[in-house]
Design a protein around this ligand. Structure first.
Ligand code: FPP
Length: 224
């Protein structure tokens, strides 16, 4: 059975679900947050140490302002309402991505990271304003600036996931097969599952089915 330390998820399909069921993309994001909570619980139940969630990409700024504002207000209320509970559950929250939001949101994110820094049960990496190409370019710039030798070990030190093992498993919901500038370096040897269901429809049973399949894959890492 393969060990499972890190699950990464591209939570796709909120907009389509919202339009279909409530005639509103934002309603889909709201429903998507409920799935987030269920998946966090199930990740803990499965004793998985790391969960990385793609919540907002560097490309998502191209969306209508109304939708962007809604997404960030959803994030704000999630943190305001749930931070104490996450902390009580021994969950560490880490933001990956470029934190150049409003002063208020940046403060909230920093507070959440600081408060949960020493927690050990589950680390949630929330990818916000995240883009893998930006992360890699930044890492190379840092290597150059510090006159460090360009090799895997040194590059890794400058990734935003420096202290995090690479994902064992990537799940993308929403019936689309692409990586969308997510963890391009870190996913080099991950097992990838594309799920037809839209993110708000994705449930604990679906999640466990994927975990079960993942556990029995023969992972070669280039060997035979
Ligand atoms: C992609 O679906 C989803 C997003 C860009 C946002 C993800 C946000 C959530 C799951 C809820 C908020 C989460 C937190 C942690 C506050 P899409 O909108 O691209 O869907 P589409 O492909 O159907 O348009």
């Amino acid at each position: 059975m393969n060990p499972l330390n890190h699950v990464a998820i591209i939570m796709d399909g909120n907009g389509r679900w919202g339009l279909k069921h409530k005639n509103s993309r934002n309603a889909g994001h709201k429903a998507g947050l409920i799935t987030v909570e269920k998946v966090i619980k199930e990740t803990i139940r499965n004793k998985i140490g790391f969960l990385t969630l793609y919540a907002f990409s560097t490309e998502n700024w191209k969306r209508p302002k109304k939708e962007i504002n809604f997404l960030f207000s959803l994030l704000e209320s999630f943190l305001n309402n749930r931070l104490d509970e996450l902390h009580k559950q021994n969950i560490k929250l880490k933001i990956i991505g470029n934190k150049n939001f409003s002063k208020k949101l940046n403060q909230l994110l920093n507070t959440a990271e600081k408060k949960t820094l020493k927690n050990k049960k589950l680390q949630i990496n929330l990818a916000l304003n995240y883009g893998s190409k930006f992360e890699l370019l930044n890492a190379f710039k840092n290597l150059q600036k510090n006159k460090a030798k360009i090799n895997e070990k040194n590059l890794r030190k400058y990734l935003q996931t420096a202290d995090v093992p690479d994902p064992d498993l990537l799940i993308r919901t929403g019936n689309t097969k692409r990586l969308s500038n997510f963890l391009l370096w870190q996913l080099a040897y991950s097992e990838i599952f594309f799920e037809k269901k839209l993110w708000p429809e994705f449930n604990v049973k679906d999640y466990n089915k994927i975990i079960k399949k993942y556990k029995i894959i023969k992972r070669n890492f280039g060997k035979i």
